[in-house]
Design a protein around this ligand. Structure first.
Ligand SMILES: Nc1ncnc2c1ncn2[C@@H]1O[C@H](COP(=O)(O)OP(=O)(O)O)[C@@H](O)[C@H]1O
Ligand SMILES: N[C@@H](CC(=O)OP(=O)(O)O)C(=O)O
Length: 424
């Protein structure tokens, strides 16, 4: 049984990218959530995570990072000064302290440090900053709230940058503390972050705040989870690429998880499973039009839904050929899969022919380089970058023609419901 009144709201980077966005968020909480027990999960402001990645990259290569650091700091301070006109507000001191910690973290980064470990210790500051601002700002708006540190609740292993949740521990900790806090007022926490049992910070994968919200919703047996976006709801295509999108009023968990897997960046792929396991509906709503119906994702079934078009950018096609004109064997495939798994390279699409095996994967130059180093003795390896993986779910002839028009196809594949190809 789900708890009657707990709701989880997730606000992403676009919902907190400016002072006006914070004000809009507070309005949504006031008008939409009356009388509800509400947990708010917040991501880093705007494109802060990208900026932190760039800062870390400089620091790790022992390059000067002061200018970029000051840019990030002044972005936050600008928003702060608009939200808190009174100079002596305690939020200024809290932010100053967080920026000092971030600076110290960057300054002590060495080229020999494990990049993925320091990544999590550094990039996590985005959410620490935004959640602190949100906490104080909601208080100013008479929205009493408790700020909790999600690193103390979402317990993970130490798979840096893609930590795996220890569900047992996480559930125990959340259920121990959070329901009582929710009785007292709102609870605010960070998306994207977890913590190991020895107190180190982990992150759950880029765009992982949706997943954080789903973890809290699952553990609290929430009545519903809401993600607030700059779009009307879950659309049949990304409006950044397609002009004539349609919004699904209701769609199944299964359809959504597949869309997310193929690259529909509106929802993190890991979000659906915990919600589906407890039959918690997920609502995708517009923070620009909070009264709009949005999309309800639940355990529903429809025979026919509009084809969904999904484009995954920054793809790389890698082909492995055997050197001696023998066929690609299961043993060869085993060797390739082992190397991919070791290097955490995920296959988005694969195909094999008599003497070669091809995969389409996200492009990570360093991982690809290590893959080639590992396997070049046994295989002839070629790769192409700057590609896109196009997927049409629930395709028909017209949708295929539309998507393929004028494109040179490097690889193509179809099942009964899904058509995919790789192109520039
Ligand atoms: N199928 C889709 N439906 C709606 N939006 C989509 C879809 N696929 C991609 N998007 C993109 O997702 C964006 C919202 O997600 P995101 O940028 O991650 O928001 P936030 O970081 O604020 O949570 C939209 O602006 C849109 O361009
Ligand atoms: N800030 C993190 C986590 C996240 O989920 O962000 P957003 O909700 O803005 O996609 C990232 O950019 O990856």
């Amino acid at each position: 049984m789900t708890q009657d009144r707990i709701k989880v709201y997730k606000f992403g980077g676009a919902s907190v990218k400016s002072a006006e966005a914070f004000r809009n968020l507070a309005r949504i909480v006031k008008t939409q959530a009356g009388g509800q027990q509400l947990l708010l999960v917040v991501s880093a402001m705007g494109k802060t995570t990208n900026a932190l990645e760039a800062l870390l990259d400089l620091a790790h290569r022992q390059q000067a990072f002061e200018q970029e650091f000051l840019q990030l700091k002044s972005y936050h301070l600008q928003v702060l000064s608009e939200l808190f006109p009174q100079q002596g507000h305690p939020v200024f001191q809290r932010l100053e302290h967080l920026f000092e910690q971030l600076h110290a973290q960057l300054a002590k980064t060495l080229p020999n440090d494990n990049f993925d470990t320091v990544y999590d210790q550094t990039v996590s500051f985005g959410e620490l900053l935004s959640s602190t601002i949100l906490h104080y700002f909601l208080e100013e708006q008479d929205l009493h709230n408790t700020l909790i540190d999600s690193r103390k609740y979402i317990q993970t292993d130490s798979t840096w940058r893609e930590a795996r949740v220890d569900w047992g521990w996480t559930e125990r900790l959340i259920r121990r503390d959070v329901p009582a806090m929710l009785q007292e007022g709102l609870v605010v926490t960070q998306g994207f972050l977890g913590g190991t049992n020895n107190g180190l910070t982990t992150t759950l994968g880029r765009e992982g705040s949706d997943f954080s919200a789903a973890v809290f919703a699952y553990c609290l047996e929430a009545e519903g989870m809401y993600i607030w976006k700059d779009v009307e709801g879950l659309l049949n295509a990304d409006p950044k690429y397609f002009a004539d999108t349609v919004c699904y009023p209701e769609i199944s968990y299964q359809e959504t998880v597949e869309m997310a897997y193929y690259g529909a960046s509106v929802i993190h792929p890991k979000t659906i499973k915990p919600l589906a396991n407890k039959q918690i509906p997920l609502y995708v709503k517009s923070f620009l039009n909070p009264e709009g119906a949005g999309t309800k994702i639940c355990n529903c079934r429809f025979e026919v839904i509009a084809p969904a078009y999904i484009i995954k950018e920054k793809q790389c096609l890698v082909s492995f050929g055997v050197k001696d004109f023998t066929f690609i064997s299961e043993q060869n495939l085993g060797t390739i899969f082992n190397a991919l798994s070791e290097l955490r390279i995920k296959i988005n699409l694969m195909q094999n022919s008599a003497i070669s095996f091809s995969i389409c994967t996200d492009y990570h130059p360093e991982r690809l380089h290590r893959l080639i180093q590992t396997l070049h003795d046994q295989f002839v390896i070629h790769y192409n970058t700057e590609l896109r993986l196009y997927t049409i779910k629930n395709y028909d002839a017209a949708s295929i023609n539309r998507m393929m028009a004028g494109k040179a196809v490097l690889l193509e594949q179809r099942t009964r419901t899904t058509f995919q190809f790789v192109s520039r």
